[in-house]
Design a protein around this ligand. Sequence first.
Ligand SMILES: *Cc1c(COP(=O)(O)O)cnc(C)c1O
Length: 396
Amino acid sequence: MKNQALALHGGNPVRDTFLPYSRQTLDNADRAAVSRVLDSDFLTTGPEVAAFEQSLTAISGVSHAAAVSSGTAALHCMMDAFGIGPGDEVIVPTITFAATANAVRYVGAQPVFADVDPTNLLIDPECVESLVTDRTKAVVAVDFAGQAADYARLKKAVPANVHILADAAHSIGGSLDGVPVGAIAEASCFSFHPVKPVAAGEGGAVVSDDAAIIESVKSFRNHGIDSDHIARAKVNTWEYQMTRLGYNYRMTDIQCALGTSQLSHMEERRSRREEIAARFDSLIDELPGITYLAARPGVKSAHHLYVIAIELERFSQDRTGFFNALRAENIGVNVHYVPVPNHPYYKKEGAPGGPWPNSDAMYPRILSLPLWSGMSDSDSDDVLEALVRVSTAFRR
Ligand SMILES: *Cc1c(COP(=O)(O)O)cnc(C)c1O
């Protein structure tokens, strides 16, 4: 089998159908939840929003949550709620989705990019320490691939007035030393995009133990208006006051109902991803020249992404070669992420914080294998078979 021609070279692909790197896993309970809302009085700003927020506080062990229209909106709301604005600096990792840094730009502040730990691609606390200035207002750590960042060391790396915040788009359902993701940082943002562990179509949330922060998010998501229609109906008034400039960042009842239903399956789906990741680990342990991200002690990962690193010196082809060959086998590999400072926008606007030797070295080597809870064992066998075939053919 190992000598079979690669699909790229005219051989039969490992599988007939394309296996995406991620996708939502839905069941009949999820469908029924959405359908129930479609027959109800409220498609948006109704009872499902509060119910979803209630579930979010329960799973993340915090007292307050605000559901918003996307993870990106959640990051924007969080920046605003912490009073971050022009003249301020916010430290973010190089290897993340652009939205982490873009949210800093939305409020007119400056993202400063910190390098990552090459073994797990999480923001490097030592690098963060070296980037602190008297303008630094916050650090937004990203729980890359599903593992909580090193929040304890981040806290020690910055002065007490610098907020430690979490972009937990990858890590909902995980924990650090037994503390659930959501309750680790001062405030945390989730995304409910369909590739993420909890899918709602689109959606996001900010969670925190700080009631004032979440109140502020709730006003910012609704034009800066001090009450919603439910609160007004209770006291029988049409009056409301817009007290500040906000946005329409509301999450619908349709999305929230799906989100609540998805949360009820979250741990079972997380543990399925953990099982698949463990299968990948044990085969890759035997595969020369390929490694995977190191697990941090004390972390229960949400296993959002399965990222391998290719030891380029040992192969005749680069990452693009692996990408094309695996795609030809119908394995939907992807790359997470182009370092944010490499994007033309940030090249033009300026991306302070470099040099970034670790992210520069790791970016050309990383590749994400398909990992999602609805994958069958046979799907995961296909991923491994394709990886063995391609890496064997490319080995020097
Ligand atoms: C997905 C993601 C976001 C943005 O979430 P959306 O819901 O797509 O807006 C932000 N940060 C990270 C790290 C992400 O993976």
